[in-house]
Every structure is written in C-alpha cells, then in structure tokens.
Design a protein around this ligand. Structure first.
Ligand code: NDP
Length: 433
C-alpha cells in the first residue's frame, strides 16, 4: 500500500488474489523463499508518456498515455489499451495484474500487460480519434513488437482505433508486422471470432457452470450490463443458446425489453450510429429506458456484468439473490465488488470471476497471433470451436483446482490458484530476472 499510494483499484485486485493464495503458499514454501509474490506484484516496466494532438478547432490537447508491462515469464506482454477519461496508473495496474493471471489460465504462451490513456473518444470526430491514435503510437511504438509487447483493444478502443494505431506503427517502423497488435480487421490480418470472443466466451463459461447443476441457458431470463463489444456478443451467444435477454445498459441508464433484446437493432444503434440507449428505445416498441434504480433489480436467472469495474455491489447482489439468480459470470474486469462476490457465493450462486470468464478475448487474440505467424487465416467455425474448447478447458482447470484446495465450486479460488501457479513456476524457472 505504501509503495503504490492512491491506487484503490490496484489494491482491490491484489487483495482479491492474495486472499486465495494462503493454501498454495503453505504447500509450496519455495514460492515464499524466492519472493515470488513480491515479484509478481511489481510490474517489470511502467511507461507513462505525453500525448499531444490537435483537435478540430485547432486547439492543442494534451493527454497522458500508459503502458504497464507487467509480467513476461510466459510470453510477450499481452493485454488491451483503454481510452477513457477515468484512466490513471491505478486502473492500468489493476487491469495489468488481472491480465497476468487471466493469460496464464488460458494455457497459452502470453505474458500480461495493459495500457491506455485518459482520452475520451465520445463526441470526438473520426479525424480527432485518428490524430490521437497516431500521436499515442508515435511514442508507444518503440516499446512494442510481436515478440515483446502486443496490445489489443479494451474500453474505447475497437477496430477503428486498432486500424489507426497499426497504420502509424507500420509507417514509423516500415514493417508490416501483423503480430504487433490484435483485434485487427479481418481483411488486414485480423482473426474471425475475435470481435465476438469475449462475450461469447463469457456465456460459454456460464454454460459450463450451469451444466454442473444440470441446467442450460434454454428458457432462462438474462440481464447483461453494458452495450459495448463484450455485452453485444454476450447477448448474441445467450440468445443462440435459447435465453431471453431482457435488459442491457450504457452509462445513460438501463433498458428493459421484456420481449427480448432486438440484437440487430442494438448493433445498428451502437456499432453503426454510435448512438445511446435512448436511440434503441425510440425504435423499439415495448422497451423502456430506466434512469432510476439498477439493472440488477430486473428479475433474472443469469446476470452478466459486461460494462466496467465495481458496477455490481452488495446491494445489487442482494437484489439478484432475492429474485433467485442462478449464475453470475463477469464479462467485464472486476465488475463485482468484494462484498458483492461474498454475498453471491454465500447465497450458493455459481460465480465466475472475470479473469476466467472473460479470457476468451485474449485467448482468441493469441489465436490471431498464431495465424499472423503462419500467414494463415482460419474459418469462423474452426476458430469458434477452438474458443469453445479453450473456455471449457479454463472452466475445468478452475473447477479441479478449487476441488484440490477444499473449495468445490469456488471459481474465484480455482482461477486465482491455477493462474498463480502457472506464472509462479515460470518465474522460478527463469531465475532472478
Ligand atoms: P466498450 O467500450 O466496447 O463498452 C463498454 C460499455 O459499457 C459501453 O456500452 C459503456 O457505455 C458501458 N458502461 C461504461 N460504464 C458504465 C456504467 N457505469 N454503467 C453502465 N454502462 C457502462 O468496452 P468493452 O465491451 O470492450 O469492455 C467492457 C469490459 O470488458 C471492460 O471491463 C473491459 O476491460 C472488459 N474486457 C474487454 C475485453 C474485450 O475483448 N473487449 C476482453 C476482456 C475484458 P457508454 O458508451 O455510455 O460509456
């Protein structure tokens, strides 16, 4: 705490992992002797830089850019870039720390990192977004490389931004190095299924959890918070599996649509028009926008928080429990507060932490890197099949690790221990680096 003052989200993420590790440290004293925990908490490298750019009115704007290269024991640093006004070092470190364990859980050869800027893309023109991305990459490029550090998207960074970032990297380095960024367009080095992967993966993980209780998504009522990349494709997969998604949200409020979300309309509003929740409601008879209350007050059997950190708290958990929720799977990173997690687990709810449930995105990014390395592109069906296998594998790894450590059904315990052990063993094997 003294070493990282004022970084509340980072402290929360570290505490949550440490709470799970006591049994591992007791059984494996070598981790303590070699200060593995201390080494895993300290990023290998942290880069903070100025991002100057000119807005459409000719004014110079200054933002702050970050890249935290957290741990490369398992492979090149891998993790997204977030453009949002709330970004500061504590957010980037929390996301980077989570990413290390998530990437380890996938079983793939990727280390962990995260980055971003306090730039707010909302309301900015296409030209402004492009100039910002070009300036951001003009500084960041020297730290990247397909064997070094491979960023992707996150909040506020989608296909458009990855395109501008990749274009500037290519221009500065004079190299068509496809593997340096993931989340690229499918026409220029991207992977099919990457856009869908995080949302699909979250639902696939939830499906595995439901299966342990002899249930499936078929006929269940579902609420998904957010209306961004993760939320939209979580809704799509849940609907494909027979669920009725009755609510979604954005930062202006939440929408209740008892007939089931019209996904084509939602995609048109969010992906094409870049509109707000109110624009969906205006075109959808029967749906309404609530600006009071919480999305988690809507009675559902499955809740998928897919918007942002700390968006589901203790009071929300109580509301979900009162309606008999069966499962909660985190599509976002750390969307549930610690008291929310405890209440849901004590209430017997199947609870999947983000580092396990939303790992499908980064896993498919690793598949994109494989395709780039072999100058190949795979089919949608084949790639989705790989994603399905990967999510089932992560589920089983979490479940069996929880069983081994006397916590059957505790996916938080299983994810933290399984992720930690893989990273810790690699850190030990590489010596004092
Ligand atoms: P997007 O920027 O595409 O979407 C974020 C969505 O969440 C927007 O609809 C936004 O609304 C909404 N939102 C933000 N804050 C709130 C709030 N307080 N209440 C309600 N809605 C809110 O981001 P992604 O979908 O990519 O990311 C969402 C989460 O998933 C993040 O935690 C991210 O780290 C995590 N994640 C993403 C991955 C990916 O592959 N994209 C991979 C793994 C994790 P508005 O537009 O109004 O701000």
């Amino acid at each position: 705490l003294r070493r990282n003052p004022g970084e509340a989200e980072f402290h929360q993420a570290v505490r949550e992992v440490f709470d799970s590790l006591a049994p591992v440290l007791r059984r494996n004293p070598q981790y303590g002797d070699a200060a593995v925990l201390e080494r895993i908490c300290e990023p290998e490298r942290q880069i903070i830089f100025r991002v100057p750019w000119v807005d459409d009115s000719g004014r110079v704007q200054i933002n702050r850019g970050f890249r935290v290269e957290y741990n490369s024991a398992l492979g090149p640093y891998k993790g997204g870039l977030r453009f949002h006004p709330s970004v500061y070092l504590g957010i980037v470190k929390f996301l980077g720390f989570e990413q290390v364990f998530k990437n380890a859980l996938t079983g793939m050869p990727i280390g962990g990192g995260k980055g971003g800027a306090d730039f707010d893309p909302r309301g900015r023109s296409d030209g402004e977004v492009m100039r910002f991305c070009q300036s951001f990459m003009t500084e960041l490029y020297r730290h990247l490389g397909e064997h070094t550090d491979v960023p992707a998207g996150d909040v506020g960074v989608g296909g458009r931004e990855i395109g501008y970032l990749f274009g500037q990297y290519k221009r500065i380095t004079n190299r068509y190095e496809s593997g340096v960024l993931t989340g690229k367009g499918v026409g220029w080095g991207g992977s099919l299924v990457r856009t869908e992967a995080t949302g699909y993966g979250t639902v696939l993980f939830a499906q595995e959890m439901l299966r342990t209780r002899g249930r499936s998504f078929d006929g269940l009522r579902v609420a998904v918070s957010g209306a961004g990349n993760v939320a939209i494709y979580a809704i799509e997969k849940a609907q494909q599996l027979g669920a009725r998604v009755v609510a979604f949200s954005d930062s202006s409020g939440y929408v209740v649509d008892e007939a089931g979300v019209d996904l084509e309309l939602l995609k048109a509003v969010k992906e094409v028009q870049r509109g707000r929740a109110a624009d969906y409601v205006a075109q959808r008879p029967g749906a309404h926008l609530a600006t009071a209350g919480r999305i988690w007050d809507v009675p559902v059997e499955v809740a998928l928080p897919c918007a942002t950190q700390n968006e589901l708290d203790g009071a929300d958990a109580k509301a979900l429990l009162s309606h008999g929720v069966l499962a909660v799977a985190e599509g976002a990173n750390m969307p549930t507060t610690p008291d929310g997690v405890s209440l849901l687990q004590e209430g017997g709810v199947l609870f999947a932490p983000g580092k396990a449930a939303n790992a499908g995105g980064v896993a498919t990014s690793a598949l994109e890197m494989q395709q780039n390395a072999s100058r190949d592109s795979w089919t949608f069906e084949g790639t989705e099949e790989r994603l399905t296998e990967i999510m089932a594998g992560i589920h089983d790894r979490c479940a069996s690790t929880a069983d081994e450590h006397d916590g059957p059904g505790d996916y938080v315990l299983g994810a933290n221990i399984a992720g930690f052990r893989r990273v810790a063993d690699a850190v030990l094997a590489l010596g004092l680096v």
